[in-house]
Design a protein around this ligand. Sequence first.
Ligand code: ATR
Length: 273
Amino acid sequence: MTDRYAVFGNPVSHSKSPHIHMAFARQTGQDISYEAIEAPVGGLKEAVCEFAEAGGKGFNITVPFKLDALALATSRSRHAELAGATNCIKVEGEQILAENFDGVGIVRDIEINHGFTIAGRKVLLVGAGGASRGAILPILEAGPETLAIVNRTAAKALDLKAAFAPFADIAASGYDDLAAEHFDLVINATSASLHGNMPPLAPDVFAKGCLAYDMMYGKGMTPFLQLARGSGAAALVDGVGMLVEQAAEAFAWWRGVRPDTAPVIADLTVPLT
Ligand code: ATR
């Protein structure tokens, strides 16, 4: 029997998740369906109950439901708990298990697909919203020498510093107070690139030969990546690999089979020109 999966969002028609998961299913011979479901804002619970009662086995969650979905869960992984959000749910009878694979996805993309080892490196996370929060624990688990967070609203960076204090001493500041330091890995986790904007970063945050990563995907050379290129970054990466890697984590969790991400990333990659 075909097992049913979905992504919930609003809007959701732009989501690449059905395409990615169906590509994984073909590749691994798994008999699944995967649909995009637009739930009304404030109506996630009803939509999820209907899906689960109809035999739905699991689902992804995208904007604006990642926090609401965490509240529905009967059990939360450490990554979901610390991210304060979930992007992946497994339904097991009455149990709703919440995970968050966004951060694991970016770390796998950086380390495996781009061959960049985070251990011992100086890392700068730009932004202090949900995307940044979800990446912190997986980055810390990869063993950087230091992690700094910079955000337009400094108080939000300081909140993250406090939330993750049991794990590491993260530096947190606004852009004006960012220590004059060069970073080996600079990750743009702001939503600025969505609007073609640029976080007000000084060019010298990029160490010569560093990797610059924009979590945004499919936007080509964002202002952030352009600044990085002009400042000596050796590798420029957008978030397509993160998107596919988090999906692969979800697929492996649901189905017990790990798909090959490379062909799916290649299929979705928009050249950085
Ligand atoms: P997400 O879940 O995608 O992280 P979010 O929680 O709304 O979305 O966070 C957006 C992040 O992008 C925040 O860090 C925001 O900075 P503020 O906390 O100061 O609002 C950052 N951001 C958005 N537009 C920006 C811009 N033009 N310049 C700098 N930072 C920006």
